[in-house]
Ligand binder design. Structure first.
Ligand code: SAH
Length: 346
């Protein structure tokens, strides 16, 4: 990579238009290049066939296009696809395509590695190297959209920020990527089909609420008892449940949007009635959905999925309290593409 040259995709459309005017060309040229970069997904200036050779060479002298490269694609027997994505500085992140009969979901990464330390998650064992840029997030979505069309004959329908990293610790770039994904100059997807999942950063949840974002929020809760949650998600000591709950009350007051909680039930960790009652108490203030996720073992024995009886108890108690429950079966386990398994093991 040439360090002196700027990534052309860091420029807004207006900045690109200004650039052309300063070069003595028409501002309109900026629109054309912008369209190549975002709608047509050009990987090089050479691809921009309606731009003169001279202009393309001039662009080449000033800029680079730091496009991601799908280094390796693995396909699971259940149709799930996992991409190992190489960034311009040779770091790798992973993204996943999850097809069902009604939808195709992209699960994308927001950081290289993760700074949180959830004991049950494989990604937590990778050091956080850096935040992803907006275009690196956007490119993962485009790559999956292309694969969805190619292998499943339909475009992508949903996006979840549930890959590597904590999206709310890279909030500005995640927001810019979502702007691009939802804009007509990008993929034109509805924000209602996008979910940002967080371990719970109260300050950022409040900020999102104040900005009245239109996408959905999911919180990886796993326990509504501070002591238990801190033992499995140690950063809970810094962001305790009281603060999390307060930020979610703010979110609901501002957005009136239902909150989804992701929750794994583990044997001997959070499988008692006390745990269930705490969960109900925590989430009943607003319309909520609890997504009971199947545990995907990550090669040590500390965590074991709870028995079906324990899970059934969760379901019946939650339903009795008018809280929606879904049980999410894992996908793509044979290629380490399931929740919490993303750890660049390809
Ligand atoms: N940092 C964000 C985004 C990651 S999402 C967040 O925590 O929400 C990844 C989801 O998978 C989270 O809900 C996480 O709690 C869950 N998860 C992590 N490890 C898992 C595992 N081994 N089995 C099942 N789910 C897991």
């Amino acid at each position: 990579m040439d360090k002196k040259k700027k990534d052309v995709r860091a420029l807004t459309k207006d900045q690109l238009r200004d650039f052309f005017v300063k070069q003595g060309d028409k501002a309109f040229r900026g629109n054309q290049v912008y369209e190549w970069l975002w709608q047509k997904g050009a990987h090089s200036f050479e691809d921009m066939t309606n731009i003169s050779l001279e202009t393309r060479q001039m662009l080449q002298e000033h800029f680079v296009i730091n496009h991601i490269r799908v280094d390796q694609m693995q396909r699971s027997e259940d149709g799930t696809i996992k991409n190992a994505v190489r960034l311009h500085d040779d770091l790798i992140v992973e993204s996943v395509l999850i097809p069902t009969s009604t939808r195709t979901t992209a699960c994308v990464s927001s950081q290289v590695g993760c700074s949180l330390d959830c004991k049950f998650c494989a990604t937590s064992r990778l050091k956080r190297m850096r935040n992803l840029n907006p275009d690196e997030i956007y490119d993962q979505v485009v790559a999956i959209d292309n694969e969805s069309r190619l292998y499943h004959n339909r475009p992508l329908s949903n996006i979840v920020f549930m890959g590597m990293g904590e999206p709310l610790m890279n909030y500005n770039n995640v927001l810019k990527a979502i702007d691009k994904i939802t804009s007509d100059e990008g993929l034109g997807m509805s924000p209602k089909r996008i979910t940002v999942s967080t371990s719970g950063v109260p300050k950022m949840i409040k900020k999102m609420a104040d900005e009245e974002v239109k996408f959905n929020l999911a919180v990886s809760l796993h326990s509504a008892i501070d002591e238990v949650r801190t033992s499995i998600m140690p950063f809970n000591a810094t962001f305790p449940l009281k603060d999390l709950r307060e930020s979610l009350e703010h979110w609901y007051a501002k957005t009136k949007k239902r909150i989804t909680y992701e929750y794994v039930v583990w044997d001997g960790i959070n499988d008692t009635d006390k745990d269930i009652d705490a969960l109900i108490e925590f989430c009943k203030f607003a319309p909520s959905k609890v997504n009971l996720i199947e545990y995907n073992p990550i090669d040590d024995g500390d965590f074991q999925q709870a028995s079906n009886e324990s899970i059934d108890r969760y379901i019946s108690k939650l339903e009795a309290n008018h809280i929606t429950v879904t049980v999410r079966r894992s996908r793509g386990k044979d290629i380490d593409a399931a929740c919490g398994q993303l750890a660049n093991k390809t």
